[in-house]
Design a protein around this ligand. Sequence first.
Ligand code: GDP
Ligand code: MN
Length: 404
Amino acid sequence: MNIHEYQAKEVLKGYGVRIQEGIVADTPEAAHEAAVKLKEQTGTSWFVIKAQIHAGGRGKGVVNETGSHGVILAKKLEEVAEKAKNILGGTLVTHQTGPEGKLVNKVLIAEDVYYPGASEPKEYYLSILLDRATGSNVIMASTEGGMDIEEVAEHTPEKIMKEWIDPKVGLQPFQARKVAFALGLSGNAFKEMVKFITALYNAYEGTDSSQFEINPVLKTSDDKILAVDAKVNIDDNALYRQKELAAFRDVAEEDPLEVEAGESGLNYVKLDGNVGCMVNGAGLAMATMDMIKLVGGEPANFLDVGGGANATTVEAGFRIILKDPNVKAILINVFGGIVRCDRIASGVVEAYKTIGDIRVPIIVRLQGTNAAEGAKIIDDSGLKVFSAITLKEAADKVKAVLEA
Ligand code: GDP
Ligand code: MN
């Protein structure tokens, strides 16, 4: 589960990670008040207004309606409300949102931390993530902060250093020093960076996260090290014991079809193709999607209805698939184990009649317990539903209806 920057910063601060201070606001008036309060608290007289969406690249991103960038600087308190107004309620398009962009409901009013001083402020990149290949956590660090890290990884991979951490032992002090040293730091900035990395790792562990990305981490002109941005991804499987973090969920940031599917206990992921799929079991769903591609189709979604599929789940699955205007055919591929094929077939026929007005052809492949009975129910229903026994046969029928 992803959370917003303002939420992530609050969490990090709780673990002793130094952050760029800020106050969240959802109207231009609240943005002004936030700036007044922030000035009192931090003494700042410049403010950064940051769109809160679950996507990066906001600084370079543009709000469709106003042309404003998603991260902007206000050098006067009086400008904050107006600049916030140009972002709030707008659609921000960044290289991570896709061309449709994301609606901005909140802005973070943050203190300016790039003030001049003894030295130039310098941006770094730091992330911590789960490395499944080695079964450990890995810290990635780079002096090329503030930039698109994918670009750095592609053109100058030697500029990204990696330090693996055994989750049983945890981060060792020498490892934090090694990372800070690799970033070329010395003196007070080095000490601050060691503290920063240590606190950040504690936060990563304590929140059951699978990914932290702080880009940029800033060394201020007076050698403070702080998080200017924060992307935090919490492991969904840990949310049962991370109740405070679970409350940070923002469904407005999620695909509405995926939210609806979740409420019906379905595991649904929207894709870009034209063949809707309804399958029981994730492995079978993957195999089904492969088959669709093999015959020249593209899956419109991944949908695992789970082991306990019945008429209600089948109907809920149908409704969700049909809301996707790209769907030109639906392939139902269910293995009857505990759930018998005849039950599923009846469920399909029932759902078909209940929903009514289904214009796309449906191919049903039922295997396992009572497969023949299931096929007969489909064939006898008189509906525009085609049955198939083998997966290849099902895929060929999909191909035939797409070409028809
Ligand atoms: P992202 O574009 O979505 O990754 O948003 P970030 O939070 O990383 O901010 C983007 C950029 O805004 C940073 O790389 C900085 O260059 C700039 N920025 C952020 N905070 C400040 C600030 O306090 N002062 C100034 N002058 N620029 C800032
Ligand atoms: Mn960033």
